[in-house]
Design a protein around this ligand. Structure first.
Ligand SMILES: Nc1ncnc2c1ncn2[C@@H]1O[C@H](COP(=O)(O)OP(=O)(O)OP(=O)(O)O)[C@@H](O)[C@H]1O
Ligand SMILES: [Mg+2]
Length: 283
């Protein structure tokens, strides 16, 4: 009798242990699922011997807004090129949603880019520029127009759909460029100094609008900027890089809630964090 009871208790213990193991596996799977970008000991030396980045380890989770700040030439754009599969790392590995970057980009519209230069086609009207990514994928014209109109409304340009790019201001061109990136509803948006060429007021307006779009679409944004104020205003996290060859000197959490209204820029917490990030950049 005693022997049988022992067996039953032992069986229960084993079942409990198995359950715990299963739960741990489920948690691990969830963490993996939430990883958008994983860079593991990544270095890049270009063919001419230029060492762009060295030993980058970075895990970016779903829904993050991560900004990269660092001196010119420290490899920020190279990191983006590797994430987008345009440049291969010399050492280490990168995964985007668990797949190699090149494969991910080829098979999916889940990644989009915005650069400092809005790169619009000058002969195409605003709406035709915006719907280009869908046209290339062979979507019916009616759907392309509908979706282009929706994203142009989102960036405040619904009254400019039939205008040519040369008749737009720099800020408006950038809005068109953002709309074009958003039209495929990307899960990962890479922005390389998108607001670098804009005046301060336009820049601040676009920062505010970008945060609204980010919250609405729940995408992950990677953002390069030389402007520490911009990085602190926008981000959930900031990667501060060392001079060339670039390494990540520190990852700084930005622990402030959204929405970040204009007054946020005047708070002590904001200036303290700007000072902290600026100091890390210097050392
Ligand atoms: N195609 C290339 N061939 C050789 N060297 C390159 C190439 N592209 C970039 N580099 C070098 O790699 C280093 C990093 O360049 P990268 O453009 O990534 O820097 P960055 O941080 O984006 O600079 P910036 O802030 O000025 O845009 C630099 O020394 C640059 O000269
Ligand atoms: Mg660059």
């Amino acid at each position: 009798m005693c022997f049988f009871r022992f067996i039953i208790v032992k069986e229960r213990m084993i079942t409990l242990e198995l359950l715990e193991l299963q739960q741990i596996e489920e948690i691990n799977a969830l963490e993996e699922q939430n990883t958008v970008v994983k860079m593991d000991h990544v270095s890049k030396t270009y063919q001419n011997g230029n060492i762009a980045v060295s030993n980058i380890n970075l895990t970016i989770r779903e829904g993050e807004f991560l900004s990269f700040v660092g001196p010119s030439g420290c490899g920020k754009s190279t990191i983006f090129k590797m994430i987008s599969g345009l440049v291969e790392p010399s050492k280490g590995s990168i995964e985007i949603f668990g797949a190699p970057p090149k494969k991910f980009r080829e098979n999916s519209t889940d990644i989009a880019f915005v650069f400092q230069d809005s790169t619009l086609l000058p002969w195409r009207k605003v709406i035709d520029n915006v719907m280009l990514p869908l046209e290339i994928r062979g979507m019916p014209k009616k759907v392309c127009v509908e979706k282009a109109y929706q994203v142009l409304e989102l960036v405040g340009l619904k009254n400019y759909i039939n205008v040519l790019p040369r008749h737009l201001s720099g800020g408006m061109k950038m809005r068109v460029s953002i709309a074009r990136a958003l039209i495929s509803k990307p899960k990962l948006l890479l922005m390389d100094e998108p607001f670098g060429a804009l005046d301060e007021i336009t820049r601040q307006n676009l920062q505010y609008e970008l945060l609204n779009i980010w919250k609405k679409h729940r995408m992950t944004v990677l953002f390069i900027t030389h402007n520490v104020f911009e990085a602190v205003y926008l981000s959930t996290k900031i990667a501060v890089m060392t001079p060339s060859p670039g390494k990540i000197a520190s990852l700084v959490d930005v622990p402030f809630s959204y929405s970040r209204e204009d007054e946020f820029r005047n708070t002590h917490e904001f200036s303290d964090l700007v000072a902290k990030v600026s100091n890390r950049l210097k050392h």
